[in-house]
Design a protein around this ligand. Sequence first.
Ligand code: AMP
Length: 481
Amino acid sequence: MFPDDDHIDDHLREECGVFGVFGCLAASKLCFLGLYALQHRGQEGAGIVSSDRSTFYVVRDEGLVSDVFNPENLAYLKGDSAIGHVRYSTTGSNNVNNIQPLYAKTSFGKLAVAHNGNLTNAYSIYSKLKTQGALFQSTIDSEVVLHMVSRSTETSFLKALQTSLSQIDGAFSMVFLCEDKLVAARDTFGFRPLVLGRLGKGFVVASETCALDLIGATYEREIEPGEIVIITAAEGVQSYKIPRQSRRAFCVFEHVYFSRADSVVFGDSVHLVRKEFGKVLAKEYPVEADLVMSIPDSGNSAALGYAEASGIPYEIGMTRNQYVGRTFIQPQQQIRDLGVKIKLNPITSVLKGKRVIVIDDSLVRGTTSKQRVSAIRKAGAKEIHMLISSPPITDPCHFGIDTPHRDKLIAAQKSIEEIRKHIGADSLGYLSIEGMLSAVKTHLPEHFCTGCFTGNYPLKVRNKGKHSFEGEKIKLYGKKN
Ligand code: AMP
């Protein structure tokens, strides 16, 4: 996402989920279901572009997947291939033109793209393309790829894509739709997940395996870091490389918070990794208590692990109203505060007079945690030991997770003792970085990006700390933009 005049910040964040289906009847309905399973990755807008091999059909709007799509517009989305996107972006960047998939008529034919991640050099590319006469329709970083491909002097689409993708920095798990093919590409670091599945004779690509499960597709494999997969009717799956070398940098925060517990991400079960976080936490922070509870749902798996390793009984100390969206994800503070109260309710009869270990996956601003600790205290808990199944978040993410600027990150501003006081807990402990990385089995610790916990980013963020698009917005009457 590019900064716009409402959003002058040192970087922009966008959390997203992508899905693609090729060679399946009712492709758009499958895509709808896939996006439904990926709803946790973005709740502000959703879109699908489908193709019947000649025409592209587009539905995009603000809101949840269930708000955007209905039987009528799904029937309009014809064809046996489709790509879709769910997105969340920070305040100021709510612009209907920014809802993905983006699409264009390019020199290689019609092309649509759905992107998860942040491109860290998109602003320089955008500025250059604009001086060369490119006409931008959105303010999102992903659009540069459409321009780069279309303007490429390479003779084939594959070469144009390879050259373009090798020039962009940062995080991308992308799904492209062409008239006759589906393409999936992942940056060489592998920041964001992207998996390939099969459904009958057709193929499916998704941010997470939970989307494959929902539509009954079988998991084949991950799209590898630096891989471009091209799927056609004639040749099935063909694999190519982005001509660029880099280290691996899988986002560990996908395991901590972002992915769904029932997904397999970077080769590991998210639930089991979180459970292991809890087990390691029990070793690192043994506490005498009567029960272990989680902040539902994000702390569930780790709390189970802690209880199992410590022998302290697991209890349900709070219930969640399933019908309220994620509060943190609401851009305005006022709405966020209100949401916290609606969402979770402590169970007084469980908590009264008890010494309680409360497990949550992460502490970001400290706002909701403070309210939760206070609610548990009001319900009569005698002692509250807050344990976090990840290390202190001290730095923003530049690669696609919405962590705020350092001045809003409580662990960048306060010591652990000060945070404990702020949230009102009797004790506070965080999982260590080594402990966190020891829980992930398939890949080596050095293959993860831990930037939000360490400030060590796997690549230099070039466009940091400057630009705004002040005055560049075009406002349409009757549209929120
Ligand atoms: P706070 O106490 O305000 O720092 O909020 C902590 C809560 O935010 C935890 O329960 C996390 O599960 C949740 N959280 C962490 N990262 C994110 C994110 N990127 N989007 C939404 N919620 C998040």
